[in-house]
Design a protein around this ligand. Sequence first.
Ligand code: HEC
Ligand code: HEC
Length: 291
Amino acid sequence: MVEDRPPVPAEREALDRPWRIWASVAVVSFVLLAFLLGFLVVPERGKAGFDPFTAMCRALGIPGFGREPPESPAAERAAPASEVAWTSDTRRLLASADVKQGAQVAESICLPCHGMDGVGTTPIYPHLVRQSAAAIFKQMQDYRSGKRQGAQAAIMTAFAQMLDDRQIANVAAYYASQRPSQRVRPIATSPAIVELARIGDPARSLPPCEACHAGSGGPIEAPVLLGQSVSYLEQQLQAFASGERRNDIFARMRTIAQQLTPEEIRGLSLYYSAGSGTENTESDATAAMLR
Ligand code: HEC
Ligand code: HEC
């Protein structure tokens, strides 16, 4: 049964309930805080070195999206490995490269070390002869931007910085157009090395080197290893393993090289060098043995 009470005025009922008062106080404080933030803190932007959005994110424990220069080692590690992206513009630039103008660049700058035919004049200068234009272009861009470090990268950075994008595309097309004078075959130093190269090692999640380095099928920038000098291949694998060289997109090579033992690095370098750049007779002897 419903009792028939006299009606209470709405205001009086409101004041009877203390939570309503506190709710009003909370709303007023919130509006005041928003006012302070909006009109006093935001105009101070820039002075603190980051924007209020980042400041709020940080207060909540989220890094925010502030664009700060990478200065900490962690930030550097997270920085993109390369500035090269295979966009349609990059592909167009390579497709429209001028081999004749590339030859002029090669003659005036690269010749003493890489020869006109792309054959390194000493084992410390890598061969460019079997490389694709994309591979050469990618490395030149990385030397120029300073993304490729380790081993003797400093030498190349200086030369790459003398060239613009078009000249790099031209000289890459020039060397890619050179044909090797001889066919080379890998040196089967040991069955384990051949297996690493052709099958990989599933136990260590190592894909076969051939998956990417056979000249087709892998990432467009993967260099051809066959016929490169032993010392150069070994140096580069060591540089990837130590993280000194870190211009490989998605850390593809760092992840692989870190898992190889020094003996495997040596063996694989010898395997792919096909005897080029070995002053000692070690590889010749091995090659003869396995022929
Ligand atoms: C003074 C000698 C010298 C000159 C001149 C020179 N290079 Fe090099 N080049 C080197 C050395 C040394 C390396 C290996 C650097 C390293 O360890 O990263 C190299 C590496 C390269 C690579 C990387 C190859 C690879 O397989 O990753 C490319 C591409 C290249 N040079 C292209 C050129 C071009 C193009 C020119 C001319 C514009 C040129 N170089 C001029 C010495 C030279
Ligand atoms: C998933 C693909 C992939 C596999 C598998 C792979 N590589 Fe690579 N490798 C690359 C790419 C891509 C580059 C070029 C990195 C860059 O952009 O500088 C590279 C670069 C290299 C270089 C440097 C060559 C130069 O001219 O500078 C060496 C040496 C090398 N790889 C050796 C190996 C060996 C040995 C194996 C097998 C144990 C292997 N790679 C497996 C993708 C691969």
